[in-house]
Write a protein of this length. Structure first.
Length: 268
């Protein structure tokens, strides 16, 4: 086919193919969710409706897009990991990232009512995205560990902070001053000795965030079948189905990975 004289503009496009053999991680983060949470009266420090909606949207991303093996989320962020051998959209970073971000954002709006009921969504939320490549299982696991450690650090801080405000009667400025320079052990101690709260008994969803993976399930359904020269009858049919399952547990140690050996491909 003859090319138009405008065709050359294509050559201005830059190549953003992700390096082969690497896990491709897309991390989304809510834009200005400090304000979004205020405006929608999110419960402090954790709103289970908001966290549920984030997970529901992430599930939609995994179900609608190809090759995502695990995702991990906390607060207003979610990370999606594409399998190493993925060739979806020829591994073009911008395609992968924008599909993840738009599928997630539209799902967040689409499923809003399932979690917030009649409380209206006041304006369209948006999420930024970035792409990071990790060549080894160790690097990928360290990435996920980093996000879960971040969840822990922020949740411990926020739990003590809001306990000091909500139960201790401090102003937010006083609570901030009280926590300046404190270590994790000091924060645990404040919760325990002043408010009789054992941080380890706080909801695991808040302490560990949410990991979503694919799990195989054997499913038996009965089907009506008509064989030649026989009456139609009910026969049990077993098939294996994949579905996204949520875990709120430690993903830093070995146990989770030993129990789910199919998530990561072996290093070379
Ligand atoms: P950004 O990401 O630079 O556009 O700005 P933000 O405001 O989204 O900041 P970020 O992502 O560092 O922090 C997440 C904010 O979202 C933080 O202000 C607390 C808020 N947030 C997330 N989950 C909850 C929740 O469950 N309850 C409440 N009250 N706030 C939440
Ligand atoms: Mg941010
Ligand atoms: Mg944010
Ligand atoms: Mg964030
Ligand atoms: Mg098109």
């Amino acid at each position: 086919m003859a090319k138009s004289k405008f065709e050359y503009v294509r050559s201005f496009e830059t190549d953003d193919t992700c390096l082969k053999n690497c896990y491709i991680v897309v991390r989304l983060d809510g834009r200005n969710f400090h304000r979004f949470a205020e405006q929608h009266q999110f419960k402090k420090p954790n709103d289970d409706r908001a966290l549920g909606l984030m997970s529901r949207s992430a599930r939609s991303v995994m179900e609608e897009l190809e090759d995502i093996i695990i995702s991990y989320g906390q607060s207003d962020e979610f990370s999606f990991v594409f399998k190493r051998s993925s060739n979806w959209f020829k591994r073009r970073a911008s395609k992968l990232m924008t599909h993840v971000a738009s599928q997630f954002s539209s799902s967040y709006v689409f499923y809003w009512k399932e979690f917030f009921g009649e409380q209206p969504l006041l304006y369209p939320p948006s999420f930024d995205g970035r792409v990071v490549l990790y060549p080894t299982n160790r690097n990928l696991r360290d990435y996920l560990s980093w996000r879960q450690a971040d969840c822990h650090i922020n949740n411990l801080y926020n739990t003590v902070f809001w306990t000091l405000v909500q139960k201790g009667g401090l102003t937010t400025t006083q609570a901030e001053d009280r926590l300046k320079g404190t270590l994790a052990s000091d924060k645990n101690e404040i919760l325990f000795s002043e408010f009789n709260i054992n941080y380890n008994n706080e909801p695991v969803l808040h302490r560990k965030g949410t990991a979503l993976i694919w799990e195989k399930r054997e499913e038996t359904v009965s089907k009506r079948m008509k064989l030649p020269n026989e009456e139609e009858k009910e026969v049990p049919v077993t098939r294996s189905r994949r579905r996204v399952e949520a875990f709120h547990c430690d993903i830093i140690g070995e146990q989770f990975w030993e129990e789910h050996p199919d998530v990561l491909e072996d290093d070379a």
